[in-house]
Design a protein around this ligand. Structure first.
Ligand code: ADP
Ligand code: MG
Length: 684
């Protein structure tokens, strides 16, 4: 019997190899398959008589095989399989390439369905979909045929065949959405939606299924957000008075004048801090726009009001950099700064043991603690914690916010919360997806920066570019090389960076030390590579897009991006921000093999535009929101079926989630659905 938790390997026609391949894309059980949605449909529902066929029209025909044979193509490179299919209304030819086994699959006399388009010059089907007529009905032809994202070695046909087998398990799935919401919005039931997404009877059924499933995805995310929001709203934060004199003194002690944008953002934050409503604000600003001092102003006021501050960074290196920076910034104030990461623990420049740091935290013998998420994993309560700052974390700190709230539950007040990011996400997007955030944007760069020279490099100029890189390195500079994800089954892009690394290491720059960085390295290994790069022993760092945001390698002057067309403009702009941190003239070289005019046009925006927000807007316009960011990195929720352009559904989901949370209508079914989607809510 097929049940939801039946392993895929048990299904008919799944071998060990196929099961292994499906595992790569996260498909282990029948339930996983059911929730693996197609991304589009091929409409072969139009069934026609052979005599009525028109060229270029997607259709399905039924007939018998009259003839089928293989032959070598003209240049002998390919094997062609040709067949003649006929029925009482006529005959038509079909041709397939490099599938010689088809002559074994089909015998003369077999009844088959073919789906495809008739080629207009040759008047035959070229590589049509095919399947034998059987009592079970057609899966690959004669209907709206779903198309799935594949992984290497698995075909559409295999997936569809497996999905067909999962149907009996559907009845086990219970609808978790409250009846009122279903009725109010005229959604189809979950079962119908799930069978409809894989096996729609018609366009309308597919549309209804898609609408329901998109809603569910967005709704669950919004539910989590609204829940947290409510939790926060029920608490009070400590009032942090704005200390004008101390703030002015601090600012006049800086070696530069604040930009207007920095002043505006600092003001917004300081005003939030003065109220009991817990601040939940996102500070956005391009790389180098000067977010750090803005944050410092908030810290200064919090500390002088008698509160402690926690700052979290995504990596040890970044935590360490922040530690150095804030120690210097607050030298005059003599604030005590702690560093707390897995590998490094320090207080005001001196190394400490873990027990000593924990003791400091416990006894509140510090002003600022900077660390990785290790800080919140430790079970220490920090007394008088007034402000938490999170730098470049995923999900805009929702996870961190949650963990902290959990800890603070017994306390009389919660802390103010500030996240910061260099990802230029347009205001409208942030608001629709993360409705509970206030937003401050530093939209102006400090004066006097040398603009980074950006150039698109085409294949014919590759060697020239390498020569240029050689010269820069000879002059003491360093280089980043970013590689795109090429093979979709290779989610972390390990394969492509390794290839590039080998090429540069062995062929192009054999006498230079080259580093390799990708998502499969352990945190420690990454740190080690990054360290060597920061120290300058590694001259060229080849990396996937995991390269830490915000890291400072002032000596790096070239950012070279392979397959640039595969990245969004905003993301490319972020890569570019990794160089040009010191006085040296810096360069961004975008390698592209694409000859498409549109691609060139898109990349050319980078040559002239240095404004991350403008580039993000341009991306939105040219590619649609789903494509704008490497979702994993931006911290935006990773959407499976919905997309950021489903504006109407996003606001509907927001409204329904809000209503449900306000009216305390949470159900165990919904909680379970949240857990299943890894949106855990351990609040109650
Ligand atoms: P980011 O927004 O990327 O975190 P930082 O805060 O690290 O940027 O600032 C980048 C550099 O610019 C730092 O060296 C900082 O001292 C400097 N800086 C910040 N604000 C200004 C300003 N108003 N004028 C000149 N330099 C500034
Ligand atoms: Mg920074």
């Amino acid at each position: 019997m097929i049940e939801l938790n039946t392993p895929i390997s048990v299904l008919t026609r799944v071998g060990k190899t196929t099961a292994g391949r499906l595992k790569r894309i996260g498909l282990n059980t029948v339930e996983d398959l059911i929730f693996y949605f197609p991304f589009r449909y091929e409409d072969f529902s139009l069934i026609k008589k052979i005599q009525d066929l028109l060229p270029n029209e997607p259709v399905t025909i039924q007939g018998k095989i009259k003839l089928i044979a293989n032959r070598r193509s003209f240049r002998k490179r390919k094997i062609l399989t040709e067949a003649l299919i006929s029925n009482e209304t006529g005959s038509v030819k079909a041709i397939w390439f490099n599938q010689p086994y088809l002559t074994k699959t089909f015998k003369v006399g077999d009844a088959v369905y073919l789906s495809g388009k008739l080629d207009e010059t040759r008047f035959q089907f070229i590589s049509p979909e095919y399947e034998k007529v059987s009592l079970d009905g057609a899966i690959h032809t004669g209907r709206l045929v779903p198309i799935y994202h594949l992984t290497e070695g698995v075909t559409q046909k295999q997936l569809r065949f497996l999905l067909k087998q999962t149907l009996p398990a559907l009845k086990e799935i219970k609808d978790y959405l409250p009846k009122e919401i279903i009725e109010r919005n005229k959604f189809v039931g979950l079962n119908r939606a799930l069978s409809g997404i894989h096996f729609p009877n018609n366009q309308r059924a597919a549309g209804l299924a898609v609408r329901r499933l998109k809603f569910d995805e967005l709704f669950l995310i919004q539910l989590a957000i609204q829940f947290i929001r409510k939790q926060i709203g029920e608490n009070k934060a400590g009032k942090i008075r704005f200390l004008e004199k101390a703030t002015k003194d601090f600012v006049s002690g800086l070696p530069f004048k604040l930009t207007n944008a920095q002043k505006k953002c600092a003001w917004e934050i300081l005003r939030d801090l003065e109220t009991e409503r817990p601040m939940n604000r996102l500070l956005e600003g391009d790389v180098g726009s000067g977010k750090t001092v803005v944050v410092a102003l908030a810290m200064l006021n919090a500390i002088l009001n008698g509160y402690k501050v926690v700052m979290m960074a995504p990596t040890e290196i970044l935590a360490n950099q922040h530690y150095q920076t804030f120690r210097k910034l607050f030298e005059k104030q003599k604030f005590s700064v702690l560093l707390f990461t897995a590998g490094r623990k320090k207080k005001d420049g001196e190394k400490l043991s873990k027990a000593e740091v924990l003791a400091c935290l416990e006894k509140a013998e510090f002003d600022i603690v900077i660390g990785t998420h290790a800080v919140i994993q430790e079970n220490v309560k920090i007394k008088d914690l007034g402000l938490v700052v999170v730098d470049e974390q995923h999900r805009f700190g929702v996870e961190q916010r949650k963990s902290l709230l959990l800890k603070e539950k017994q306390k009389e007040f919660v802390s103010h919360f500030l996240s910061m990011t260099a990802t230029p996400i347009p205001r409208t997007l942030v608001l629709t997806l993360c409705g509970d955030l206030d937003l401050s944007i530093i939209d102006e760069m400090p004066p006097g920066r040398k603009p980074i020279i950006t150039r698109i490099v085409y294949e014919q100029d590759r060697l020239k570019a390498y020569e240029f890189i050689k010269k820069q390195i000879a002059a003491g500079r360093q280089v980043f090389v970013i590689c795109p994800l090429i093979d979709p089954s290779d989610k972390l892009g390990v394969k492509s960076v390794k290839q590039e690394f080998e090429k540069l290491d062995k062929e192009i720059f054999p006498d230079l030390k080259i580093g390799l960085m990708h998502g499969r390295l352990k945190a420690k290994e990454k740190e080690a590579v990054m360290c060597e790069f920061v120290m300058g022993t590694i001259k060229i760092l080849v990396s996937t897009s995991v390269i830490e945001v915000g890291i400072d390698v002032p000596n790096a002057t070239i950012m070279m991006v392979e397959g640039a067309e595969r990245f969004g403009l905003a993301q490319l702009h972020q890569f570019r921000g990794r160089v040009g941190r010191a006085g040296h003239q810096s360069y961004c070289l975008l390698f592209s093999e694409s000859n498409s005019e549109l691609t060139r046009k898109r990349l050319r925006y980078l040559e002239d535009c240095v404004d991350g927000f403008k580039l993000a807007e341009k991306d939105l316009e040219l590619r649609g929101p789903g494509e704008v960011y490497g979702l994993r990195q931006s911290g935006l929720p990773d959407l499976k079926i919905a997309s950021l352009s489903d504006v109407e559904l996003i606001s509907l989901a927001q409204k329904e989630a809000k209503g449900l949370v306000e009216n305390k209508k949470m159900t165990p079914e919904l909680e379970q659905a949240l857990r299943k989607n890894n949106i855990s809510m351990h609040f109650e």
